[in-house]
Design a protein around this ligand. Sequence first.
Ligand SMILES: *Cc1c(COP(=O)(O)O)cnc(C)c1O
Length: 470
Amino acid sequence: MGAVCPLSGENATSQVSELLNLAAEKAIRYVDNVRERSVGPASTALTALSKFHEPFPEGPRKPSDVLNQLDAVGSPATTAMTGGRYFGFVNGGMVPAALAASWIAVAWNQNAALRVMSPVAAELEDVVLQWICDALGLPSGCEGGLVTCATMANFTALVAARHALLKRAGWDVNEDGMFGAPPIEVLVGAEVHASILKALSMAGFGKKRVTIVEADNQGRMRSDRLPRLTERTIVCIQAGNVNTGAFDPADKICAAARQQRAWVHVDGAFGLWARVSPKYAPLSGGFENADSWATDAHKWPNAGYDCGVILVRDGEALRDSLGIAAAYLEPGARREPMYHTPEASRRARGVELWATLKSLGRAGLCELIERTCAHAQYFAKGLRGAGFEVLNDVVINQVLVSFGAPEVTREVIRRIQEEGTCWCGGTVWQGKTAMRISVSSWATTAADVDRSLEAIVRIARASQSVSSRV
Ligand SMILES: *Cc1c(COP(=O)(O)O)cnc(C)c1O
């Protein structure tokens, strides 16, 4: 009855290419405009999202109509994370090669679970995991996998650690689970990232069963406050605190752990990438002596969402805890992706990661890290110069600034987000309400920093003068 059947008939191929051209046109227009538009979505764009809410359509629609609606309603309701003035969370942008490669990867629609399903996805994973070990200065024999995010990478590491430590104690956690198992003590710093606690709860350790080690005013775990470690201790340390960017003293902690055969896991979601720059070697040294590392390629390396990375020194622990057996799965002689991650079916996220690392190279990655850190320094200097209090030692790409009383800082953040020149979020750092500036995108230029700084100072002064009048 006049209904369109989107993909039947001989014209399917030409229809797909027409649609891809339409999508390309829209994506290119988005990319062209993203640097100049308001960084946060306009309130009208948010209101318009209600247009997506309709009863489930009874019949098919023309795919081009679907794309048109997606672009018309969806694109304005994005945050401009790929522009140069988005400083929220530690969200990364996307380097051009990654964006373009992802289009090809989507056309491939590969399932990266097994080599036989996607030889290219498996091969690119082999390559990028080695490159990352090399770039981050981690042991070359590490094994790992690509997961959605650092939370998942933290979880994966804890599952491998749990397996290895319990196996040594004569307990098979795969078969016998956690109930009745010999106890494992988990140490975290007082400024641990919430994702570690979530990962601990998912892995059966429990958020409350952890021992909290005191942290200093930058959020670094105090190595002089470490309790006695044993071969049934997991120590979770950080390379890059999400608020301050500070690094735990890995050298000292890893040395203490090594003596007792404790397992050290590094949450290095973004900070670990500082290790590609010789300039940051003194800050980020010692982490190579840990046992497992979680990081994100969608943060600082700008590989696009989503891409978490897990690396483990003892590959067997990873494979033993995540391998599965089924009659239709023939074990291959080569690395099989799904024996290294919790997931089986997965998108081929090695494609964008390969394109990112290949297009940047070591020098490009290093330059990206150093440039974003320099932008953060410039922000801090500008804010201090304007009379505002920067709360952290700006050691890498994170800046914490207070504009006075908590309600004033919160109001400044609200207005900055609303005004749209740039986008920054809030936090509470050791009792102080602060605004976070995280410079994590390749796209941020010096002009973007100047423009954002001008907007932040202007808005903060206006908010302060209003608040001092009431
Ligand atoms: C961002 C972050 C995480 C969580 O990363 P996701 O990719 O969102 O899971 C974990 N730890 C630290 C230190 C982070 O900065």
